[in-house]
Design a protein around this ligand. Structure first.
Ligand code: ADP
Length: 405
C-alpha cells in the first residue's frame, strides 16, 4: 500500500468497531455520514487518493483489491470487512476467510452476485422465477437456444458486467463469435456465456432488503427502476400502481434469497414485471434479473426518503446491530441519477438548483465528470408523483448540462 499501515485506525475508543470497505467508490462514500452518526470508524481500501470515498473518509489507504497481501494488511485493522463492489477475486476472499476476518457478505454468498451463471443455477434450484436461460460454449449451442426460445436473445458475460456493459441483444448466433472465442480462457467468459430469453416486460422493479448475521431481516417497499441504454436513470419509490400480490411475492422472494444464500448486509434483487400479454400466455408475474449484495442504486432514495437509509442499514447489518425501520418518510420519493455531461464546473450548477428548489436533495460523489459516468444523484420526496418526477428530471438534466434554465 502507498500509505503506511500506521495511518490505519486501531480499535476505536469506547468499543466502537472499525468497518473496512474494500473499494472507494460512491457506495463507500455514502456510508460515511451514517458511520459518523453511529460513531463507527470507516476505513476504505481505495483505488486512489482521489477516489469518491477517499475524499471523505480519513482512513483511506490506497491499495489494490486484487493483491492478496495488500488486502490482508488492510483487513488486519478492521473488525469487519465489507465491499463497495463485486470485483474482489476469489483467492483474495479465501485468504481473508482463512485469516478469520469477518466478511459480510461471505464469499459463499457473494459468488451469486459475482457470477451470473452461478446465480441462475442456484435460483433455478430454489424454484425462483427466472428467464429461460442456458450456458453456451459453442455457436451451435447459441443457435439451438435461439431456436428454442426465439430471437433475439440476450447474451451476458457471467462476470464483471455493470451498467449494461457485458449485455448484448443478439439476432444471430454468429454475432457472438468474439465472445465465444474467449470461452475457456481465463477471464469473465471462462465458464461460458449466459444466454437468456428476451423478457417481454412492462417495467423493471427492484426489491431491497437487509439481513444480519443473526438472521434479522428488513425490506423497503418495492421500487420501479427506469433504465436508459442499460443505465438506471430514475427510481420511483414505491413502484406506482404495483399490484399488492406482486409486491408481496417479490418481497418474499428477496427475503427468501437473503435467507437461503445467508446474505449479510444489503441485498438488491432486480426484477422484470412481466407484460400483461406474456402473463396471459402463461408467464409468471415477475422474473428475477440479477442481485447485488451491497447498497445499490435502486436504494439511493432511502437516504432522504426512508427512516433508515440503505447505507446505515448495511453498516448495522454487517455489525449484527439491530436493523432500523424501513418505513418511507413520504408518500413518494423520486431519485434521478446525474451522469457526467457538459458541466465540468458542477458547483455553480448546484448553487442554481439549491436556490431554485429548496426541497431538492443533491448528492454529488466528488468524481471527475466523464460522459455517462454516474457522478451523483438527486432526490425529491412528497405527494405529487408527476411533479416530483419533473423536479428530479429537471435537476439531473441541469447538472448534466442538457438544459441551461
Ligand atoms: P448489468 O449487470 O450490466 O446491470 P443486467 O443483467 O442488469 O446487466 O442487464 C442490463 C439491462 O438489460 C437490464 O436492466 C434490462 O433492461 C436489460 N435486460 C437484461 N436481461 C434481460 C432479459 N433477459 N430480457 C430483456 N431485457 C434484459
Amino acid at each position: 500500500m502507498d500509505t503506511g499501515t500506521e495511518t490505519l485506525p486501531r480499535r476505536a475508543e469506547g468499543g466502537f468497531p472499525v468497518v473496512g470497505v474494500i473499494g472507494g467508490g460512491q457506495l463507500a462514500r455514502m456510508c460515511q455520514p451514517p458511520a459518523v452518526g453511529l460513531s463507527l470508524t470507516l476505513s476504505v481500501l481505495a483505488e486512489s487518493p482521489t477516489a469518491a470515498a477517499a475524499l471523505v473518509v480519513p482512513s483511506s489507504p490506497v491499495g489494490d483489491h486484487t493483491d492478496v497481501e495488500q488486502v490482508r494488511a488492510f483487513a488486519r485493522h478492521c473488525d469487519v470487512v465489507t465491499f463497495d463492489h463485486e470485483h474482489v477475486p476469489e483467492p483474495v476472499l479465501q485468504a481473508l476467510q482463512d485469516d478469520g476476518v469477518p466478511l459480510h457478505p461471505s464469499p459463499a454468498a457473494l459468488v451469486f452476485a459475482q457470477d451470473k451463471l452461478a446465480m441462475r443455477a442456484r435460483f433455478t434450484e430454489l424454484g425462483l422465477p427466472c428467464p429461460v436461460w442456458a450456458a453456451a460454449h459453442t455457436t451451435a449451442e447459441v443457435h439451438d437456444f435461439g431456436e428454442r426460445v426465439g430471437w433475439p436473445l440476450v447474451a451476458k458475460t457471467p462476470r464483471g458486467g455493470y451498467d449494461g456493459k457485458g449485455v448484448r441483444v443478439v439476432h444471430r448466433a454468429d454475432k457472438l463469435a468474439d465472445w465465444l472465442g474467449q470461452v475457456g480462457r481465463p477471464g469473465p467468459l471462462a465458464d461460458g456465456i449466459l444466454l437468456e430469453q428476451a423478457v417481454d416486460f412492462r417495467r423493471e422493479l427492484a426489491v431491497l432488503v437487509a439481513r444480519s448475521p443473526s438472521g434479522q431481516a428488513a425490506a423497503w417497499p418495492v421500487v420501479e427502476t427506469v433504465q436508459s441504454g442499460g443505465i438506471c436513470t430514475e427510481v420511483l419509490a414505491p413502484a406506482p400502481d404495483l399490484d399488492d400480490e406482486l409486491a408481496a411475492a417479490a418481497t418474499e422472494a428477496a427475503l427468501r434469497i437473503a435467507g437461503e444464500l445467508q446474505v449479510t448486509g444489503v441485498l438488491a434483487v432486480e426484477m422484470f414485471e412481466v407484460s400483461a400479454a406474456a402473463r396471459a400466455a402463461g408467464a409468471p408475474a415477475y422474473l428475477i434479473n440479477e442481485v447485488a449484495m451491497r447498497p445499490h442504486n435502486s436504494g439511493h432514495w432511502t437516504i432522504d426518503g426512508s427512516v433508515t437509509s440503505q447505507f446505515e442499514q448495511h453498516l448495522r447489518a454487517v455489525l449484527d446491530l439491530p436493523l432500523g425501520e424501513t418505513r418511507p418518510r413520504d408518500r413518494w420519493s423520486v431519485m434521478a441519477n446525474v451522469l457526467g455531461g457538459e458541466h465540468p464546473q458542477l458547483y455553480p450548477a448546484c448553487r442554481h438548483l439549491l436556490a431554485r428548489d429548496p426541497g431538492l436533495r443533491v448528492h454529488l460523489y466528488g468524481k471527475g465528470v466523464r460522459p455517462a459516468r454516474k457522478i451523483g444523484h438527486v432526490t425529491v420526496c412528497g405527494d405529487d408523483l408527476e411533479q416530483l418526477r419533473a423536479r428530479a428530471r429537471h435537476a439531473a438534466d441541469y447538472l448534466q448540462g442538457v438544459i441551461d434554465e
